[in-house]
Design a protein around this ligand. Structure first.
Ligand SMILES: C[S@@+](CC[C@H](N)C(=O)[O-])C[C@H]1O[C@@H](n2cnc3c(N)ncnc32)[C@H](O)[C@@H]1O
Length: 309
């Protein structure tokens, strides 16, 4: 299941089993990426189905749309650029009610592989990291202005790096000499603060993760989307759905505990509102999939079904 651009969607069979698409339904892909999952779901919605493709990154969205249209010519494909936290408003404005929603969190290979996006410490590029370039603050802006104690806290909490305080001190010392505006410069400073890498993992990995999460407010957006889903479950208990249909199936693919924890907690609250958590509570990739697709290594799929009323 390799899509165009050589992209392999994570846990493809398991995502289809969780969403159970059928003809005429409406599928919302909160994180269209390169259209990998959407082009598997879309053909199963024909005829008369609808796919809303959402992504914060306009360049990924532009690549995903033709891929999904080619996979399912009989299905209506609606592109939407924006943060998935805004999806409920978008769907209501368009008069759509979703039967399925998928959020495959984080970033796509196309984004990491492009040095101009500034997400990679293995290829030098501008220290940007914004998935949506209209966001006001790039990684370079953040690194230039954040106080040392806040930077240490950020690297500790969002990067779960025990060298956070040393890294923050080195960054502040380095930026006093020269502004840190490239990924290579930041990676070099971080490496200089850490003992040699164990197990082949670059010491810059965790700091880059932390800064990327902060620049894109990834956890804030996730909490906002989960909050909207919970409010919709409350609404469905007493009246018609506003953007999710009765029986809607919702799936989240997470890649680290900072993403997985809020999804797990939110699903527990959804259960108390009458939703059914799918069994097993989460699915991970088989060793065969991990061998084919390294991105699946840390993936966890959690899914839930809304009550029919
Ligand atoms: C892992 S990729 C999705 C891959 C996709 N499922 C596929 O199979 O091609 C994640 C995508 O989510 C987007 N993204 C991340 N956070 C987002 C957010 N808060 N709102 C909208 N899109 C977001 C990224 O720009 C990226 O394109």
């Amino acid at each position: 299941m390799v899509s165009a651009f050589g992209h392999i969607p994570v846990l493809p069979h398991e995502v289809l089993a969780a969403l159970r698409p059928s003809p005429g339904q409406t599928y919302v892909d909160a994180t269209a990426g390169l259209g990998g999952h959407a082009s598997l779901v879309a053909p199963l919605l024909a005829p008369d189905g609808t796919v809303l493709l959402n992504d914060a990154d306009p360049s990924n969205l532009a690549r995903a749309v033709p891929v999904v249209e080619a996979a399912a010519p009989e299905v209506r494909v609606i592109p939407q650029q924006g943060n998935f936290a805004e999806l409920p408003h978008v769907l209501r404005r368009k008069g759509l009610c979703a039967d399925m929603l998928l959020a495959d969190l984080g970033f796509a290979s196309s984004q990491v592989d492009d040095p101009a996006r500034g997400l990679s410490f293995s290829k030098d590029g501008p220290l940007d990291m914004r998935l949506d370039r209209s966001l006001p603050m790039s990684a370079a802006d953040l690194v230039a202005s954040i106080p040392e104690s806040e930077l240490a806290k950020l690297i500790e909490e969002l990067g779960e790096d025990r060298h956070a305080r040393r890294i923050a001190r080195k960054v502040v010392q380095a930026r006093a000499r020269t502004p840190i505006v490239t990924t290579a410069a930041l990676a070099e400073v971080v490496r200089s603060a850490c003992p040699p890498a164990a197990g082949g993992i670059d010491p810059a990995t965790r700091t880059f993760q932390a800064i990327r999460i902060a620049v894109n407010d990834e956890l804030g957006s996730l909490e906002a989307l989960l909050g909207h889903i919970e409010r919709e479950a409350e609404q469905l208990a007493t009246g018609p759905g506003r953007w999710l249909a009765p029986g809607a199936r919702i799936a989240f693919l997470t890649f680290h505990s900072l993403e997985d924890r809020p999804v797990k907690r939110s699903f527990q609250r959804l259960q108390s509102l009458g939703c059914t958590i799918h069994d097993p509570a989460f699915v991970v990739a088989t060793p065969e999939e991990v061998a084919r697709n390294t991105r699946s290594r840390s993936a966890k799929l959690r899914s839930v079904t809304f009550p029919m009323k």
